[in-house]
Design a protein around this ligand. Structure first.
Ligand SMILES: *Cc1c(COP(=O)(O)O)cnc(C)c1O
Length: 412
């Protein structure tokens, strides 16, 4: 037996057969896909659902009395229920379909912004994705609220003692990602949520990077809002979900006007539809929502415990191998992290490493990963980021390590 397949809780070679893209070659080499933190690959089971939708029941939903429209509506609403169960939300109408995490955050920022007044405070973490910083800055400009930031430590964790001092009766909302996309740090969201609630503030957690790796229980977390994107969870692009506690979703004004979100329209006054439709103006990504449900089924069939255990092994293996290369520095060294390695070679620009490893068929991300404040903290232009999924292997990591060694020889 090959050492790479020992002690793993599932058969990675079988799993890889589900992903047609993993069979392709890039620049004459078998593809090694290590850009999972940017988007995940799609299994045949999800592709089949997409093909089936367009081949047999493509129709607009919630409107038609005809058979196709009813089939599409049923499939879409069943996907919502699947996603509700996955996140353990109390009610299906607390799950709002969005176009993705960015949309979900903007929806909450816009709605919450309408409830804030000058001098109210919002806390965000230093580890945020740009999509989690810009909407709050825009909101603060509009209503005079103040943005405060939980600073980070050298190892990529948050300064939780500073968080304690930032919280006050002025704090209305706290935003934090569950897992950092740039460094892989798993943030202590249980404690972040609990402390925010003690101060009387609501919490939005950005789960875009967490949901491929863990199964969040929104009721156990007692979180007010939680957002995710399907395309990082083996689903298609252009669809995601916003979970919101019913009391908040009722309080927040709608984000967009249009069809589907109204109960009654006259030129004098429009009344809004019930949840979730109040936040789902216009024709949604129907096929995407249905495929998102299929992706959640797929991940649950593989199993989140198995995924976490296997990815943890990959992370430990890759960390050890990369650190053995002279001059490699890894950013984000918290003991609580998922399978993301952000690194640089001393004296080499990350972009140059990315270009050379791509020539060898390996997809990694280079740059600031939409998290420029983190790069500013380390005083670097960016990093090379290799992010692993449960369909990656140790052999692929060996290929990355060889490629990095080659790149280093060429560039130094
Ligand atoms: C990818 C990502 C986002 C943005 O997600 P979109 O699907 O592009 O809207 C936000 N936050 C984190 C932590 C991410 O990883």
């Amino acid at each position: 037996m090959n050492t790479a397949t020992q002690n793993i809780p599932f058969n990675v070679e079988e799993i890889r057969k589900d992903f047609p893209i993993l069979k392709r070659e890039v620049n004459g080499y078998p593809l090694v896909y290590f850009d999972n933190a940017a988007t995940s690959q799609t299994p045949q089971q999800v592709i089949d659902v997409i093909v089936d939708y367009y081949s047999s029941y493509n129709a607009n939903i919630h409107r038609g009395v005809h058979t196709l429209s009813q089939e599409a509506t049923d499939a879409y609403e069943q996907a919502r229920i699947k996603i509700q169960k996955h996140f353990n939300a109390a009610k299906a109408h607390e799950m709002i379909f969005t176009s993705g995490t960015t949309h979900g955050i903007n929806l909450v920022a816009n709605g919450f912004g309408a409830l804030l007044k000058e001098g109210d405070e919002i806390i965000v973490s230093a580890l945020e994705h740009h999509s989690n910083i810009v909407p709050w800055q825009m909101m603060c400009e509009r209503n005079g609220a103040v943005l405060r930031v939980i600073p980070m430590n050298e190892d990529g964790t948050l300064m939780m003692d500073v968080y304690d001092t930032l919280l006050s009766e002025k704090t209305k909302l706290v935003f934090c990602n569950h897992i950092s996309n740039a460094l892989g740090t798993i943030n202590p969201i249980e404690s972040i949520i609990q402390k925010a609630h003690q101060a009387g503030a609501a919490v939005l957690i950005d789960g875009a990077q967490a949901c491929p790796h863990v199964k969040p229980d929104v009721q156990a977390l007692d979180v007010d809002f939680y957002v995710a994107s399907a395309h990082k969870m083996c689903g298609p692009t252009g669809v995601g979900v916003l979970y919101g506690k019913e009391k908040w979703l009722k309080k927040l004004p709608p984000y967009q006007g249009g069809g589907e979100m109204i109960a009654e329209v006259t030129f004098e006054k429009t009344t809004y539809a019930d949840l979730p439709h109040k936040f789902e103006a216009g024709t949604p990504n129907i096929c995407g929502g249905i495929a998102f449900g299929a992706a959640v089924d797929y991940l649950n069939a593989v199993g989140f415990k198995a995924i976490a255990a296997y990815e943890h092994e990959l992370l430990a293996y890759a960390t050890e191998k990369l650190l053995a290369i002279d001059g490699v520095k890894i950013y984000g060294t918290s003991s609580a992290k998922t399978s993301v390695i952000s690194f640089n070679i001393e004296g080499v620009h990350p972009y140059d490493i990315g270009t050379i490893v791509d020539k060898l068929g390996i997809a990694v991300r280079t740059g600031h990963h939409c998290a420029q404040p983190i790069m500013d903290y380390y005083k670097i232009p960016g990093t090379v980021r290799a992010s692993f999924a449960f369909y990656n292997t140790r052999e692929e990591i060996d290929r990355l390590v060889d490629a990095v060694i080659r790149a280093k020889k060429m560039l130094l």
